[in-house]
Write a protein that binds this ligand. Structure first.
Ligand SMILES: *Cc1c(COP(=O)(O)O)cnc(C)c1O
Length: 240
């Protein structure tokens, strides 16, 4: 990582310190630089500073940027938003990762499209462990008390893991906005427990990945076991 980017060296340092506190190496954590609403030049600058993973939450924007930057061969696109059915083709064609599977149907549709394109997509299933009604994802706010919740999730994970073209990595969550630190920690800890449970139940998923943590909470997320952090504002500055 070069040192001439205004924010990245500091972020990488915070990621590696948090990884050490969790007993892991910084290489265990993937930074997904969330470039939504940011111009191509900002992405190129981060790429030149060593970033390879970029996140977008609107399909057309991802497509436009992927086409403009197709010569950056090591660049991987992460779609981190909720995907409308009619836009799944864009993601099948251009994305390398999709973090927010929130229904089985979208996974099945992507699988068919990917198979036709002879492409692969690494995917996370989005879960909601905070019970916030505004958040998408499979409801898991009561998974330890209500076996129906964890059974339904395991069922979906198994089906997704078996779909051709999809490489099932693990779970993703979005923590509530502006919560106290204790709340974040509790949510991320619950996610880590749910993730190990999923890892035990799904064959071939001995070390599930965990996508959690944003600008305001990524260090806590890493301390609790995140392997992918999605960081926008802290890398690129505030969005309009
Ligand atoms: C925008 C976004 C992020 C990044 O948010 P910041 O607070 O700017 O770091 C992460 N995850 C998802 C799903 C997002 O939509």
């Amino acid at each position: 990582m070069q040192n001439d980017h205004p924010a990245l060296p500091g972020i990488m340092d915070r990621i590696s310190q948090a990884a050490l506190r969790s007993g892991r190496k910084e290489q265990a954590i993937t930074l997904v630089a969330v470039s939504k609403k940011k111009p191509i030049e900002a992405i190129v600058a981060a790429y030149e500073a060593g970033v390879r993973h970029f996140g977008e939450n609107r399909a057309e924007e991802l497509e436009e940027k992927a086409k403009a930057l197709q010569d950056l061969h090591e660049l991987k696109w992460h779609f981190i938003g909720n995907l409308q059915t009619r836009q799944s083709g864009i993601i099948a064609r251009h994305a390398h990762y999709f973090h927010a599977i929130d229904r089985l149907k979208i996974a099945q549709r992507l699988s068919r499209q990917l198979t036709e394109l002879n492409r692969n997509l690494s995917v996370f299933i989005q879960v909601n462990v905070s019970g916030e009604v505004s958040k998408s994802g499979f409801p898991c706010d009561q998974w330890q008390q209500q076996p129906e919740q964890s059974e339904a999730l395991i069922q979906v994970c198994k089906e997704v893991a078996g779909l051709p073209g999809l490489n099932f990595l693990g779970l993703m969550t979005i923590a509530p906005f502006n919560a106290p630190e204790d709340t974040y920690r509790e949510i991320f800890r619950t996610m880590a427990a749910l993730s190990s449970y999923v890892g035990e139940q799904i064959p071939d998923l001995s070390a599930p990945h965990l996508s959690m943590g944003m600008s305001g909470d990524f260090e806590i997320a890493i301390e609790e076991g995140a392997t992918y952090v999605r960081i926008g504002t802290a890398v690129f500055g505030p969005r309009e």
